[in-house]
Design a protein around this ligand. Sequence first.
Ligand code: GRG
Length: 281
Amino acid sequence: MHEQAGKFIDKTVREVNLSLRKLLPGKGIFPKIIADAVRYSVFPGGKRFRPVLMHAAASACLPHGITGKKKKKLLMLSAAIEMIHCSSLVHDDLPAMDDDDYRRGKLSTHKRFGEAIAILAGDALLFRAFEVISLAGECEAAGEIARASGYAGMVGGQAADMTLPRKRMSRKTIGIIHELKTGELIRVSLRCGGLAAGAGARKISALDRYGKLMGLCFQITDDILDGPGGDKTSFCHVYGVEGSKRMAGRYKEEAIGALAGFGSEADILRHMAECVENRKK
Ligand code: GRG
């Protein structure tokens, strides 16, 4: 399975990158600097984790392969999710937010292009994402993705993280912040994989639960990779490194448990849960 899943992941990353290249502004855009900043923020890219999850969810619902119109729509939705994710990274790195000079091993977008252009590049990525979803004709997905990205999701989580006092912050509040800030975009990626495949409510609901648990597992392993000296809202700060590892393991098991209604067609999702628990980047 490992080899098969690895091949699926590599192939999906290649396809998503190609789709992003086609969908993002290229030569001939006025002014050139905005096209450059947008592309700089998306390429060469990170793990493309959310798009890969979306494709794995679609393939769990359509085990004989996703082709034709459905595949085209899936590629548009997964590129859109990655645009939103990249946009959030650009804004997260700004001096008013996390103030990071580097991202994905190179200067962050504002360090390379200046703050004004970085803000505009993030905005442009968001608008293009929804333009692409609309071109795909995926109205339901558009609503779900907008909700997961906005004040009821990622933006809300970031706002809570930036403003709530650290002192006496409850474990419950910390969990909610991470679920919103990181988890919602992951959860909606899984749901959209199901929607693009034309799956019914039962499958979508299982993917939703898997996505929620994977979001938590992903954030915990992110904190573990950041090390114990992290922010007060980091899982390692609250539960310690060993406690966090145990939690990540538990969420992974529960995520795999959520897939009980699927057969071997969901093996890639199961494999990805293992990868997230043991990830090194
Ligand atoms: C502009 C849509 C928008 C949002 C603004 C800045 C902000 C609100 C939210 C920040 C959200 C954020 C950066 C959450 C952290 C999520 C996280 C763990 C990011 C790292 O994701 P990886 O590891 O990164 O998938 P790569 O580089 O692999 O893509």
